[in-house]
Structures are given as structure tokens and as C-alpha cells.
Design a protein around this ligand. Structure first.
Ligand code: SAH
Length: 352
């Protein structure tokens, strides 16, 4: 099912405005054409050249020699009977599949997008990583997930998170373009404050991101309060120590003033004991942060089990007692293959 990612042409939707302008001027065209095309792609969310009715055919023809608008088509949608969460499987131009999720919260609608087909980070509890990384998505393919969901639901989107498949900071350049275009007034104009980038902790990239002058929230997938525990769940912890990661987090906060989020998926008997929370309290002391506790979502291919409700609540209480902001992530769409990568895996295996 997964074909080679051999897309000869570049993705027109992945061009930032300035690059679009340079391209159009370079073709000897008038500057306003760049604005028209950008508007078609990112305001009107056109998926083809044909829709761009006020752009001359000759210009479209010469553009299409080098640039495609990479297709990101809805392959299937599942709606949760429990909470209205909608899970999308998008098919890309090369036949690859990625997942995205639409969630309704009190403060607005949120979309969770994928940044790569698969993932190479190898976190033990995560379904996205089981077959490794197939390819990076372009910024355009990331945007098109948001656009496609807007179109299908007819709803406004106010929040975007990169918690689908892939490690966003492992696809850094396209991620940055995506973030700038998503928050650009020439496109959806989503407030940077409503965008969250989640990472398993690629330390050098966290430093880089801190210096990009963005207002986004950084979420760190922590999942363990010591090197030993993180290493048991996340191979990336062998590369960067917890001390190095926390130092990078402090730098991020100092540079951006943005409160950090730490994600902590509770796995029964692995990281949910009293000693784990004590260690976590020590680790986070003095840091302006928020902890998001996630009951681990069981993945068919893995044997991890969720913590008991009691363990979850006592973990939360202990953090609160120590004045650490904490929430328990609502388990959304559990009835629709909620955990990252599960829908895609099921559909791929069905088709064999
Ligand atoms: N690569 C990014 C985005 C991953 S998905 C990252 O590591 O942050 C977003 C979050 O869901 C991460 O914290 C990830 O560790 C977590 N996650 C993945 N699979 C999970 C599962 N089966 N149960 C609970 N959390 C999971």
C-alpha cells in the first residue's frame, strides 16, 4: 500500500508568501499574481489550479510544470459516539496515509495533525512508530489537513496541535514553514498562542525553536522522571539526558516567556508510582509549567496497561499539593482508534 515517496514536482502549497512572490517575479509576472495564488491556496483553500479562476491559464500551465498542489484527500472519517471527536485518515499523493483528529473543546475547535508518515523515534507505547518513518510531510500537506477538516466540518478551527504521527522537530524546516503560514494573516491567521508543538525532546532543535521568535506553546513528552525510566519508554532518552532536556526547556521559557507543557502518559507499574511523582515534583520545581497526564492508550501491538483511576488521581493530587499545574487529558475518541497511528495501522492491515 505504501508507495515510494517519489513526487517529482514541488508542493506549491508549501511555499511561504515571500517565496511565492520570488517565484512569480522570477517568471516575469506581476507581483499581485503571487497574492492571488497565495489567497487561493490559503484563504480559499483551493486544492487544484482549476479553481483559481482569476489566474491566467498560461501562468498556471507554466507553474504546473514544476509545482503540484499535493493532494491530501479524505480517505475515511470516524466520528466518536462518545464526544463528537472526528478522526480523519488522509491519503497523500503517493498513496501514503496519515491521521488527523478534530476535537471540540469549550474554548474552541482543535485539530491535531501529523507531521510525518510514521515516525522513527521508537517510543515503546506509540503505534505511529511501529513501522518506522516513511517520509516527511511538506508544510503544505500539514496545512491541508487543517483545511480539509475545516471544509468537511464547516467549522472554524482555533487551535492546532502537532500530536498526530511523526516527530515535528525531526521535520524542522517544513514544520517551521507550516507554523509561520498557519499563523499568517494571509492564511488562516491562527494565533500562535493557540498552536502547540509536541516533541519527544530533540534538544538541539528545542534551542533552535526558542530562537525563532514564535509565540507557540512547546509540549515536551516526558513520560518519566528519571533517565532510567525515560529510557525504558523512549529511545531518544539515550541520546539526550533529562538534565540536558530540562536545560533546553529553561532556555525555551527564558527566550519566549511561554509556559511549558509536559506530557506524561501513565503506564501501570512503569511510571505511576508514588516514587515517580515525588521525583517528578523535584524535577519540575521552580519551572513555569503545566503537566498533562494522559492515561496510556492501549495499542494492540504493545502490552502496556493504563494506570488505575486511583493511581491517576493520587498522581494528580500530589502534583497539585506541590503547586504544579496539572490536568488529566480527556480521553477523546477512544472508541475510534484514538491513539496515534492506530486507525492508519488498522486500515493498512485490512487492505492486505
Ligand atoms: N512526536 C511528538 C508527537 C507525538 S503524539 C511527541 O513525541 O511529542 C503526542 C503525545 O501522545 C506524545 O506525548 C506521545 O508520547 C503520546 N502518545 C503516543 N502514543 C500514546 C499512547 N498509546 N498512549 C498515550 N500517549 C501516547
Amino acid at each position: 500500500m505504501e508507495k515510494e515517496a517519489d513526487i517529482g514536482k514541488k508542493d506549491l502549497r508549501a511555499l511561504e508568501y515571500n517565496d511565492m512572490e520570488a517565484l512569480i517575479l522570477g517568471m516575469g509576472e506581476k507581483k499581485f499574481r503571487a497574492g492571488q495564488i497565495y489567497d487561493w491556496l490559503h484563504k480559499k483553500q483551493a486544492g487544484s489550479y482549476d479553481e483559481m479562476t482569476n489566474v491566467p491559464v498560461a501562468l498556471k500551465n507554466s507553474l504546473s510544470g514544476e509545482y503540484d498542489i499535493y493532494p491530501v484527500e479524505i480517505n475515511r472519517v470516524q466520528e466518536s459516539a462518545v464526544d463528537g471527536t472526528r478522526k480523519y485518515l488522509f491519503e497523500l499523493g503517493d498513496g501514503n496515509l496519515v491521521e488527523s483528529v478534530f476535537m471540540v473543546y469549550e474554548h474552541g475547535n482543535s485539530v491535531c495533525i501529523s507531521t510525518q508518515v510514521g515516525c522513527r523515534m521508537g517510543c515503546r507505547f506509540c503505534a505511529s512508530t511501529i513501522d518506522g518513518m516513511v517520509r516527511n510531510l511538506t508544510a503544505g500537506e500539514m496545512l491541508a489537513q487543517v483545511y480539509g477538516i475545516m471544509k468537511e466540518t464547516g467549522k472554524r478551527i482555533s487551535n492546532v496541535v502537532t500530536m498526530g504521527s511523526g516527530e515535528p522537530l525531526d521535520n524542522y524546516d517544513e514544520l517551521l514553514k507550516f507554523l509561520r503560514m498557519l499563523t499568517d494573516g494571509r492564511g488562516l491567521n491562527i494565533s500562535g498562542r493557540n498552536v502547540t508543538v509536541s516533541t519527544c525532546g530533540l534538544v538541539p532543535r528545542i534551542y533552535e525553536l526558542a530562537d525563532e521568535n514564535l509565540t507557540i506553546t512547546l509540549a515536551i513528552s516526558l513520560h518519566g522522571s528519571s533517565d532510567e525510566k525515560r529510557r525504558a519508554l523512549m529511545p531518544i532518552a539515550n541520546k539526550y539526558s533529562l538534565a540536558e532536556l530540562m536545560e533546553a526547556c529553561r532556555y525555551y521559557f527564558d527566550r519566549t516567556g511561554r509556559r511549558l507543557t509536559f506530557e506524561y502518559s501513565l503506564v501501570r507499574g512503569v511510571n505511576d508510582r508514588a516514587s515517580d511523582v515525588d521525583e517528578l515534583v523535584k524535577l519540575l520545581r521552580g519551572l513555569n509549567c503545566h503537566v498533562n497526564l494522559i492515561p496510556v492508550n492501549p495499542v494492540r501491538e504493545r502490552s502496556y496497561v493504563q494506570s488505575t483511576k486511583q493511581a491517576l488521581l493520587s498522581f494528580k493530587n500530589k502534583l497539585e499539593k506541590n503547586h504544579i499545574n496539572v490536568t488529566i487529558r480527556r480521553e477523546m475518541g477512544r472508541d475510534i482508534d484514538g491513539a496515534c497511528g492506530q486507525l492508519r495501522r488498522r486500515v493498512i492491515s485490512e487492505s492486505y
